[in-house]
Design a protein around this ligand. Structure first.
Ligand code: GTP
Ligand code: MG
Length: 448
C-alpha cells in the first residue's frame, strides 16, 4: 500500500470521528469550524526504534505538560504571560516541580492526572468473553480483541508487565531506551519534499464509497445532493488553503491543484496531503446535515489522498482532461447500466449487454430506452462534466445613492464546464496565472 494512502486514511478517519464525537464530549458547545490535523510517517526499522519513538513521544508529553502547568499557574496567579514564559525558560524539571509545590501547593506527580502527564496509549488487547453457558453451568469462553486506553506512568513497564499481546507481537520492551536520542528517532521520519516549481495535485478519493453510497441510499447512478456536498467541501478547501487555485471533482474524488510556487508546509508531501484530506473529511462530516437534513450519517466517511507533481502547464491540463474524460466515460456507462436495470434486466445482463459498446451505441441505447432524442445531453451538466471549483470575480451592481455602480469581489465558484478545451483556460487566465508564469495557454494543447 502506498505510504501516502496509509497515513491519509488514518488522518481522514480520525478527523471524521472527531467531528462525529464532538457533541458527545461537548454537548453545550458548537463546533465552530472544521478542525484539521496534519500527519507524518515514521518508518521504524526495528522494534527498538519503534519503542524509542514511543518513549520520545511520552517524554515530550511530560516536558510540555510540566511546562504548561507551571505557565498557567503563574498566569492565573497574576504574572503577565511574557514574564511567566521568561521565568520558565531553560529551567530544569526539578526546579519546575519545586515551583509548583512551593508556590502553588501542587505535587506534580500526585495532583496532576496521569492523562495530562503521560498521554494515552490505545491498544488492542485480548480478552475472554463468555459466549454462553453449558448445560452443566460451565461458561464457554472465546478470545476477543478489545480496544483499551491506558494512561501509563511508563510505557515500558506496562508493556512488559501487563500486555501479553504486545509482548507476543512485538517482543520485550528494551529497558534503557531513555538513552536514545530524539534525533536518531527523527531520522526515520519519512521525508518527501515535492519537486520545486511544479504544479502539485492532491487527489483525494472516498474510501469504500460503494458501500457508503449504498448504506446512505444515494440515488443511482448520480446523487445530486451527494455531489453538491462534495462541491461545497471543495469550495471550503479553496477558501482555507490559499495556494489551491483550482479543483476538479467527480463521484467520490476531488483533485486539488496547488500553485507552482507553493511553499505550503515546505512542500512536504505527507503534510500537504494530510492537511487537505483531513480538512475535507472534517467539512464533509460537519456539512452532512446541511445537505441531507433527513438522513442520518450512519458512520464516519473517510478519504485517501496522494500528491503528484506536474512539471508543465501542458501536462497539468492533460491530467485534468484525463479526469474529465474518465467522468464522461463512467457517467455514460453508469447511466446506461442503471437504465437497463430499471427496464428489467439483471445487473449481470446489463453488464454483458454493455460490454464492448462504443459511445455512439450507448447514446443510441439511451435514446431508445428513454424515448428522448439526445437523452445523454439532457442530463445535468454536473453529471456529465464533473465540477470545477476556482476563484472568480463577481460584479454586483449597487446603488450608492449617486447612481448605480459595479462592485467586484473575488469568490469561489463551482461550475460544470468543459475543461478539456483550451477555451476554458483562455477565458480564465487568472486561474493558472498565465502572465506570471510566462506561458501562453494557446500552446497548451491537450492530447487526450
Ligand atoms: P475505494 O476508493 O478503492 O475505496 O473504493 P470505492 O468503493 O470508493 O469505489 P471507487 O472509488 O472506485 O468508486 C466510487 C464509488 O462510489 C462508485 O462506484 C459508486 O458505487 C459510489 N458513488 C459515488 N458517487 C455516487 C453517487 O452519486 N451515487 C451513487 N449511488 N453511488 C455513488
Ligand atoms: Mg473511492
Amino acid at each position: 500500500m502506498l505510504c501516502s494512502k496509509i497515513h491519509s486514511l488514518i488522518v481522514s478517519f480520525f478527523t471524521s470521528v472527531y467531528v462525529v464525537k464532538w457533541k458527545t464530549f461537548f454537548p453545550q458547545k458548537d463546533l465552530r469550524y472544521a478542525p484539521s490535523l496534519r500527519s507524518r510517517v515514521t518508518c521504524c526499522a526495528s522494534v527498538e526504534v519503534l519503542q524509542a519513538y514511543l518513549v520520545w513521544r511520552q517524554f515530550e508529553c511530560h516536558l510540555n505538560n510540566q511546562h504548561d502547568t507551571c505557565l498557567w499557574q503563574l498566569i492565573k496567579s497574576g504574572k503577565p504571560a511574557k514574564e511567566a514564559k521568561e521565568m520558565l525558560k531553560g529551567s530544569h524539571k526539578q526546579v519546575k516541580n519545586e515551583l509548583l509545590y512551593q508556590c502553588f501547593n501542587i505535587n506534580y506527580k500526585k495532583d496532576i492526572p496521569e492523562i495530562f502527564r503521560q498521554g494515552t496509549c490505545v491498544l488492542k488487547t485480548e480478552v475472554e468473553d463468555i459466549v454462553k453457558y453449558k448445560d452443566d453451568g460451565c461458561p464457554v469462553k472465546r478470545p476477543r480483541r478489545k480496544v483499551i486506553t491506558v494512561h501509563s506512568e511508563n510505557i515500558a513497564s506496562f508493556w512488559n508487565d501487563d500486555q501479553l499481546c504486545l509482548l507476543k507481537e512485538l517482543g520485550q520492551f528494551t529497558e534503557d531506551l531513555n538513552k536514545t536520542k530524539p534525533d536518531y528517532v527523527k531520522s526515520f521520519q519519512y521525508e518527501s519534499r515535492l519537486m520545486p516549481s511544479t504544479w502539485i495535485v492532491i487527489r483525494i478519493d472516498g474510501c469504500h464509497f460503494h458501500r457508503f453510497s449504498e448504506v446512505h441510499e444515494f440515488e443511482k447512478p448520480n446523487d445530486a445532493q451527494a455531489l453538491n456536498l462534495m462541491n461545497s467541501c471543495a469550495a471550503g478547501a479553496l477558501e482555507e488553503f490559499k495556494d489551491i487555485i483550482f479543483a476538479y471533482g467527480v463521484s467520490d474524488e476531488y483533485s486539488f491543484v496547488l500553485k507552482k510556487e507553493s511553499q505550503l508546509y515546505g512542500r512536504h508531501a505527507s503534510e500537504i496531503v494530510s492537511a487537505v484530506v483531513s480538512f475535507f473529511s472534517s467539512l464533509y462530516t460537519m456539512k452532512w446535515n446541511e445537505f441531507f437534513p433527513h438522513k442520518e450519517l450512519k458512520y464516519p466517511p473517510y478519504f485517501d489522498g496522494r500528491a503528484v507533481c506536474y512539471p508543465s502547464c501542458e501536462i497539468l491540463l492533460d491530467y485534468l482532461a484525463w479526469r474529465q474524460v474518465d467522468c464522461h466515460i463512467n457517467n455514460q456507462y453508469n447511466t446506461c447500466f442503471w437504465m437497463l436495470v430499471k427496464s428489467g434486466k439483471s445487473k449481470s445482463e446489463a453488464q454483458n449487454y454493455l460490454k464492448g459498446t462504443q459511445t455512439q451505441e450507448k447514446n443510441e441505447l439511451l435514446d431508445q430506452l428513454s424515448g428522448i432524442v439526445n437523452y445523454y445531453h439532457t442530463l445535468p451538466p454536473m453529471f456529465c462534466q464533473g465540477s470545477s471549483v476556482y476563484w472568480d470575480r463577481e460584479t454586483k451592481i449597487v446603488d450608492n445613492g449617486e447612481g448605480s455602480a459595479g462592485k467586484s469581489r473575488k469568490i469561489v465558484v463551482v461550475k460544470h464546464c468543459n475543461i478539456i478545451e483550451t477555451s476554458f483556460w483562455q477565458a480564465h487566465p487568472d486561474i493558472l496565472d498565465e502572465k506570471h508564469n510566462g506561458f501562453t495557454l494557446l500552446s497548451c494543447s491537450t492530447s487526450v
